[in-house]
Design a protein around this ligand. Structure first.
Ligand SMILES: [Zn+2]
Length: 103
């Protein structure tokens, strides 16, 4: 089973520039995963009208034990996606293979 769950952006500033997963949504997603007997393997967020890259801010707020998928969204449509994983001290990241539908 593969499933993506949408969580709200709880960041109170300009949301196009930053995201913070809503902790309640994140908790519910974790609980639903446990209920279904599946594992949360990562999180995704979008870069509106920008490329799919792992920014310094993304690295700073990432979780090293999860995949971090970044979607490039242009004119409201996903046009690219890439996955990254941070090292343990969140100073560097590496690309991960991402298997998803073609855009
Ligand atoms: Zn980002």
């Amino acid at each position: 089973m593969v499933r993506a769950v949408v969580c709200r952006n709880a960041y109170e500033g300009e949301q196009a520039d930053h995201f913070e997963l809503d902790p309640k949504d994140q908790f519910e997603a974790q609980r639903e995963a446990r209920r279904l007997g599946v594992e949360v393997i990562g999180f995704f967020h979008s870069h509106p009208d920008c490329d799919a890259y792992f920014s310094a801010t993304d690295l700073k707020y990432s979780w090293p034990w999860y995949s971090n998928v970044v979607l490039s969204v242009r004119n409201g449509a996903v046009c690219d996606a890439k996955a990254f994983r941070a090292n343990d001290d969140q100073t560097e990241s590496t690309s991960e293979e991402l298997k998803c539908p073609k855009f």
